[in-house]
Design a protein around this ligand. Structure first.
Ligand code: ZN
Length: 164
């Protein structure tokens, strides 16, 4: 038994080291986000441009409280734009009520968002952000409705809605 335990410990230590390594590189992944040149603003420039709440979501990958955004219940036709740079990200045609308390979409406008893997909750999740300014929008899951089966779970504070 003690031999078994020591073998387990032997395996555990390198595993922990590995986990520490994969849990750490949030900043490494974040640095892979490549905003377009005109939108490569400094932290201070973004702070001037955005409200405190929007800065926390868009630039620090924050998450707003569920059911806190009026956009959660927005049902008019129109387009949801990035609150950072105004790029159109989602059409109201792809919005659905996911019951999660965050504005949800089953597809994004072509080329509007890019993804990266994040390990914030240990289980890897797919983060997505505006392809133009790199602003964090939310996470995309594979439990959405047809035709895509995707669920883009978006922070309302990261979006601006323009009714058509
Ligand atoms: Zn943007």
């Amino acid at each position: 038994m003690s031999q078994f335990l020591s073998r387990r410990t032997f395996i555990l230590i390198p595993t922990m080291t590995f986990l520490k390594f994969i849990l750490k590189p949030k900043t490494v992944f974040a640095s892979l986000i490549n905003p377009q040149e005109n939108w490569n603003l400094s932290k201070e420039e973004w702070q001037k441009k955005l409200t405190t709440e929007a800065f926390y979501i868009l630039r620090q990958e924050g998450t707003e409280r569920a059911f806190s955004s009026p956009l959660n219940n927005e049902k008019r036709n129109g387009v949801f734009h990035c609150a950072g740079c105004n790029l159109p990200l989602f059409s109201s045609n792809t919005k659905f009520d996911s019951g999660t308390g965050w504005p949800s979409f089953w597809d994004s406008i072509d080329g509007a968002v890019d993804t990266k893997v994040d390990f914030k909750l240990i289980v890897p999740r797919t983060e997505y952000h505006c392809s133009r300014c790199g602003g964090h929008q939310g996470h995309v899951f594979n439990d959405g409705p047809l035709p895509t089966g995707k669920r883009y779970c978006n922070n309302g504070l990261a979006l601006k809605f323009l009714p058509s």
